[in-house]
Design a protein around this ligand. Structure first.
Ligand code: CMC
Length: 435
């Protein structure tokens, strides 16, 4: 079998003595794609790509990553510029609408989001059903899915207005639900949103204020948290986003689709990695033990991996990790944390891994999760909340991608195929005759 790029607009696929021309579509940047949509109809064959490492599952105008160069663009804007100059709601607007907002558009958007931050009071009863030691991600999967039972007026996906309201509702209510999940786990009363605060300060207050005393949000911590949200806002067709698109392709309501994305994000190879990275740093405990863990990571017979290292797409320094590293130092300075043993281990681990042949050859660089765990811990979040914060920030990306898919006229239900290697057809054997 031979597939050759014939130059301009088509690739030729040859199997035995037969050939087919497959169209090639260029992107604005990034690799061209070979269009195999008609392959099965024309050749009777499927393509095989476990983990979709070479498959573009959709056309998108939202986020671009160049993993070799370490570039991440939201709607064309470099992540560094957005994190440095804007705020999270501006990034949300950009991801949803495709352009940076004017001052008036931004004020309107902020107003709409702020006015949707409260959740239906009945939701508090829903929370009471959970054990206090429930993982907050379990609560998030359930409570975001449950929003579809509370907001019937925004589940008709064929109505653009309802799609918009559902989108604003989820961006607005995620911080409230995330803070409620945290408060519930520590046995403290829920704190209602306060509309005179910005999005991120409001979230920190809902997490850390208690009714018996005043709570003043630190501008440094709020800014750092906001940056963390911007860095996590979207990441093109990763596992959870693809999950949201696949769930949405069946016509499921947006709240259910985002709940599916949260479930996927929970895994340690995806959003759960920051929790796993921090646990690993604690387990290492001291710089003297780093070589032992590096050796384990390299040992083929040991399933241990260095958490916070490696990425499916980035084969260079994750641009988000660089910003996260700076943010981490800002937060530790603001909180007066000078000697953090975990940070010492992290810095030394990064130094060794970046110079070790195994990691260099495999292009395993620190990813965003490597420093975010230390930062969030310093801010006062327990490890179980880390993935929840990721989900909060990623909600806008999921919604933007979901909206783009629903609004794409070529959209169809997602239905991957398989290479079947199981038994061929055989007859049922009565139980008395089975061995
Ligand atoms: N430590 C040690 N070896 C590793 C690591 C690691 N963290 N990551 C990959 N490798 C090795 C792996 O054993 C394999 O070696 P070989 O070629 O000899 O079999 C090679 O590198 C390629 O690994 P892979 O699993 O085929 O690579 P992938 O692109 O499928 O996996 C990954 C990407 C992120 C799942 C993986 O690097 C990993 O498990 N990292 C640790 C978990 C982590 O930090 N995840 C967060 C990802 S960033 C957040 C997000 O976007 O969700």
């Amino acid at each position: 079998m031979d597939a050759t790029n014939t130059g301009a607009k088509a690739a030729k696929l040859t199997v035995g003595d037969k050939s087919w021309d497959l169209p090639i579509h260029p992107g604005t940047i990034g690799p061209d794609v070979v269009d195999i949509a008609k392959l099965y109809g024309q050749t009777g064959m499927f393509t095989y790509d476990p983990g979709f490492t070479s498959t573009a599952s959709c056309e998108s105008k939202i986020t671009y990553i160049d993993g070799d160069e370490g570039v991440l663009l939201y709607r064309g804007y470099p992540i560094e510029q957005l994190a440095e100059n804007g705020d999270f709601l501006e990034t949300c607007y950009l991801l949803l609408y495709g352009e940076l907002p004017t001052a008036a558009q931004k004020a309107d958007f902020d107003y709409s989001v702020t006015r949707h931050t409260m959740v239906h009071e009945q939701m508090t009863r829903f929370f009471q059903g959970f054990r206090r030691d429930a993982h907050p991600m379990a609560i998030m999967v359930a409570s975001v899915g449950a929003l579809s039972a509370f907001y019937h007026d925004s589940t008709d996906i064929s109505d653009p207005q309802q799609r918009l309201i559902a989108s604003i509702r989820m961006i607005a209510k995620m911080p409230t639900l995330a803070a409620m999940a945290y408060k519930y786990s520590i046995g403290q009363p829920f704190v209602y949103p306060k509309n005179d605060l910005d999005y991120t300060s409001n979230f920190l207050r809902m997490c850390f204020a208690v009714p018996c005393e005043d709570y003043k949000v630190s501008p440094v911590l709020s800014k750092a948290m906001d940056k963390i949200f911007i860095l996590h806002a979207d990441h093109e067709q990763n596992a959870s986003t693809s999950t949201v698109r696949l769930a949405g392709s069946s016509g499921a309501n947006p709240f259910a689709c985002i709940a599916a994305g949260i479930a996927c994000l929970w895994g340690p190879a995806h959003g759960g990695a920051n929790e796993a990275a921090l646990k690993m740093l604690s387990e290492i405990g001291h710089v003297d033990r780093i070589p032992e863990f590096i050796n384990r990571a390299k040992d083929k017979n040991d399933p241990f991996r260095l958490m916070g290292f490696g990425h499916r797409v980035y084969k260079n320094y994750d641009p988000r990790a660089k910003i996260m590293q700076r943010t981490c130092h800002e937060v530790l300075a603001e909180l007066g944390i000078k000697d953090d043993p975990l940070l010492d281990v992290a810095v030394e681990l990064e130094r060794i891994a970046l110079s070790d042949d195994y990691f260099v050859e495999k292009k395993l660089y620190p990813n965003i999760d490597f420093y975010s765990g230390i930062t969030l811990k310093a801010m006062g979040f327990p490890t179980t909340m880390f993935t929840v914060l990721f989900a909060l920030a990623r909600t806008v990306g999921w919604i933007g991608q979901w909206k783009e898919m629903i609004e794409d006229p070529s959209q169809r239900i997602g239905r991957p195929r398989q290479l079947y290697t199981g038994a061929t057809q055989r007859d049922y054997t009565a139980m008395s005759k089975r061995r």
